[in-house]
Design a protein around this ligand. Structure first.
Ligand SMILES: O=C(O)c1ccccc1NCC(=O)[C@H](O)[C@H](O)COP(=O)(O)O
Length: 242
């Protein structure tokens, strides 16, 4: 029997606040208060993972490094850390938070040699975020084109990348449902586990993603739907339990 789908509630941090964006666009923020309170609430609701994003570091508008370290340090659950991790210093700071793994995005597009090096050094502590519009990757906080999804995926696979976090930017923060076709296509192109991100709006969306576990989907990140109270995390965990 395939494993159950892992759920990763999201805490995206901008200017010290937990926020959700629409299509990842800077300026489209809705604020949801303290990132630490949000993370503690997801943990108390039974989450096994937290997806924690430093949006300022992703956009190059500063960083929330101290706050991110405080939130990650307060968690008993596994943390996946994303946003602006592009060189040795930012990677070391991210790993020093005690997070279970980091997502590299822009670096995989702009400094492939460095990414190959850290994949070899850190193994499954490194995931790569494949953030796409259509099949074109986007970097620098999703603001710049960065090449073809499937060419980059083949390169990263050949370098031993352990896992991919796949986001359809057109869906992200919109509550319009995940891009299941994209997930199926990426799973068909790699043997490595895939974490789905962007667009989850309902328990049925989560059940539909869970149907793809046998094809290689390991987890689903859920942001806006939880903050908008479309369902509770407890309901979501129950919906994907087997
Ligand atoms: O992860 C990043 O580095 C990032 C960079 C720029 C804009 C957004 C970014 N991440 C957003 C997320 O990871 C969301 O939390 C996630 O896709 C949840 O989406 P949704 O369920 O649609 O709110």
């Amino acid at each position: 029997m395939p494993a159950k789908l892992e759920l990763l509630p999201a805490v995206d941090v901008r200017d010290g606040q937990a926020v959700r964006l629409v299509h990842g666009e800077s300026g489209s923020e809705t604020s949801y208060g303290s990132p630490l309170q949000a993370a503690l609430a997801w943990q108390a609701s039974g989450a096994e993972w937290l997806h924690l994003v430093d949006l300022d570091a992703a956009f190059g508008t500063g960083d929330n490094r101290a706050l991110i370290a405080e939130v990650a340090g307060a968690m008993d659950i596994k943390v996946e850390l994303s946003g602006g991790i592009r060189d040795d210093a930012s990677l070391e700071a991210a790993l020093a938070t005690g997070c279970r793994r980091v997502n590299l995005g822009t670096a995989a597009l702009e400094t492939p040699e460095w990414v190959a090096k850290v994949i070899a050094l850190y193994g499954d502590k490194i995931a790569v975020g494949l953030d796409v519009r259509g099949t074109t990757l986007r970097g620098r906080g999703w603001t710049r084109d960065g090449g073809d999804l499937y060419e980059t995926l083949a390169r990263l696979d050949s370098e031993g990348c352990a896992r991919y976090v796949v986001t359809d930017i057109a869906k992200d923060g919109t509550l319009t449902g995940p891009n299941l076709e994209l997930l199926r296509n990426v799973c068909a192109a790699t043997d490595k586990p895939v974490v789905a991100s962007g667009g989850v709006s309902s328990l049925d969306d989560l059940r539909a993603i869970a149907e793809l576990v046998g094809q290689g989907v390991e987890g689903a990140i859920v942001g806006k739907a939880l903050y908008a109270k479309a369902f509770t995390l407890e309901e979501a965990l129950e919906a994907v339990s087997r």
